[in-house]
Ligand binder design. Sequence first.
Ligand code: COA
Length: 330
Amino acid sequence: MSRKATITGLGKYIPPRVLTNKDLEKMVDTSDEWITTRTGIKERHLVEDGVSTSDIACDAAREALADAGLAVEDIDLIIVATVTPDMPFPSTACLVQEKLGAWNAAAFDLEAGCSGFVYSLAVAAQFIESGLYRNALVIGAEILSRITDWEDRSTCVLFGDGAGAAVIEATDKGGMLAFELGADGSGGKSLYIPAGGSLKPSSVTTIEEKGHFIRMEGNQVFKFAVKTMGYAALKVIEKAGLQPEDVDLFVPHQANTRIIQSAANKLKLPEEKVFVNLPKYGNTSSASVPIALAEAREEGLIKDGDIIVLVAFGAGLTWASTVIEWNEGE
Ligand code: COA
């Protein structure tokens, strides 16, 4: 059997400051009842001023490294999945490398919206399976509060800040068995930030037009997500040579409980096999899957030999999924 990559350590960082639906009621024309029934979210965590994405990425990374029993100088590769880099360049991964002191690591960012972490797992797995690197640090980290228009009720209730990290190493037993990655660029305008790039550089006008904040056609993204999450999960399970009933835990991107429920229904999964922490954190984009995975393991829901399915969708539009036969090794 060919050598596979597996997750040998997990870490997460959740900022202490909490913003509840009740708090949002005082900021925009919304209600706890609307947010809860339409999304499932009750509260989200936000970083303080002055904290950057690379800072929280490092917090999650240090926890994952300790969990894996690796020293920083052991790291061969750092991939940071984010839509909220500290700055256009250098990459957040290079800033993380410097802050951690991981001088032996190659480093780059990967941008695939909320699918970024699972895309990055697939990329890291190629380096490990080929034998080019012994290990990789894959981080999903986001400060979405900085690209949120806090006067737009249709988006500001959805997002939160946070980071999750995983250490990837080779295994000869189990590991990441299959991947399904995809994109539909024709849906790009359903979820985007209009300004601040080469097309519309920052100017007084882009600021006046609020062009640096998230724009979203919620129902278009909703339809895409409902179609894609179930498809991507079923496809990757099939690629792994398994059946939906073999799945022990389903860890989906945490965007909306109605979207998660529809994907779980397609797989005919009972509630106890579907991990949901969305009510506490909202949508943390590429941090959502690693935070959920770390928390599921903390809660004792993952043990060696379990079949875990990760699936995400996001800006691009993109989707990504993987099946892991959990095996943390020694
Ligand atoms: N509070 C109260 N009312 C709100 C509101 C809020 N925070 N946000 C929107 N509304 C209103 C709308 O203005 C609309 O009013 P109208 O009917 O008078 O025009 C009404 O609620 C219904 O809006 P609609 O967009 O049809 O609701 P929905 O059932 O589609 O739910 C989302 C909206 C955003 C929760 C849902 O579309 C969604 O989750 N989409 C996916 C978003 C996502 O996951 N994005 C990230 C992808 S990684």
